[in-house]
Design a protein around this ligand. Structure first.
Ligand code: HEM
Ligand code: HEM
Length: 226
């Protein structure tokens, strides 16, 4: 079990190496996919991004396409690792539960000073919803992306309508993932969420914060009853 209270009783281990590895491989490959994907649209030339020092390559279709393919390989590997890892450990803390919508509203209201936050487990209800939103957007991109790769192979032709819809849904996925990332990073504007930040780099967070805000999780890890 990776989750445990540190000997000095100041921090608590929240994420193991595998989780940190998956978070950052997904994050970095996703940023690269957004950048290289948008590069295949006539955007960077129009906005003269290629005029910036060292960036003349961004309008070279063969380069951005090849970067898109490499980042895809990394993303798909990280997603498969994530799924196998969590199924093997029967760790489903991040999956949504009944009442998460209501609890998320309570958490957001509490941040603005209205009412009290509910007791939280390892993840806040809004984090569980964010996980599904981001996960769904990425799976949509992988699913439609695979058809786009097949279409690019020699001698394979899909009907015009099918190609059109696959591209539309791939673009919709791009839009959704950008919204998801903005909302995800936007959550860290609020001071209440800052103590979670060290956790995604070092795996550990402040013990007092865990006790106060993630009491259900804290009690489980420390062996206390609810
Ligand atoms: C493409 C970029 C990224 C994606 C797709 C992504 C995705 C996710 C997902 C799905 C979660 C779990 C659910 C949640 O907490 O909302 C998570 C957790 C987290 N992410 Fe990201 N993330 C990205 C970038 C970043 C960046 C740049 C930071 C900030 C430095 C960050 C900080 C965190 C933190 C602190 C947590 C853990 C919260 C906890 O311990 O409960 N993420 N991320
Ligand atoms: C975060 C993930 C991703 C984002 C944001 C993204 C974004 C984009 C964008 C904006 C385009 C250009 C518009 C278009 O032709 O539809 C594109 C094209 C493409 N994407 Fe993705 N994509 C992602 C993941 C993937 C994945 C996982 C695959 C493969 C499994 C993939 C395969 C392709 C292919 C083959 C093209 C078309 C290249 C061409 O023939 O012009 N993408 N992507």
């Amino acid at each position: 079990m990776t989750e445990k209270i540190a000997k000095d009783k100041k921090t608590i281990k929240r994420h193991g190496l595998s989780v940190l590895f998956v978070h950052w491989t997904v994050a970095i490959s996703t940023f690269i996919l957004i950048f290289s994907g948008l590069g295949q649209m006539p955007l960077y030339k129009r906005y003269m991004l290629d005029q910036l020092p060292g960036l003349s390559w961004v309008i070279d279709y063969s380069i951005t396409l090849s970067i898109h393919y490499w980042a895809t390989t990394v993303l798909i590997f990280a997603i498969m690792y994530h799924i196998v890892f969590h199924i093997m450990r029967r760790d489903f803390d991040m999956l949504p539960r009944r009442g998460d919508m209501k609890q998320s509203a309570q958490i957001i209201m509490a941040v603005f000073g209205f009412g009290k936050e509910p007791e939280n487990d390892k993840y806040l209800a809004e984090q569980r919803l964010a996980y599904v939103f981001i996960g769904f957007s990425l799976l949509l991109l992988v699913f439609t992306g695979i058809f786009k790769v097949i279409k690019n192979l020699p001698h394979i032709n899909f009907s015009e309508g099918f190609t059109f819809w696959i591209t539309q849904v791939h673009n919709l996925g791009t839009f959704l993932i950008i919204i998801g990332i903005v909302a995800h990073l936007g959550a860290f504007i609020f001071k209440e969420n800052w103590p979670m930040l060290p956790g995604i780099f070092t795996g550990k967070i402040d013990l007092g914060y865990a006790k106060r805000r993630h009491s259900i999780w804290y009690n489980r890890v420390s062996g206390k009853k609810r």
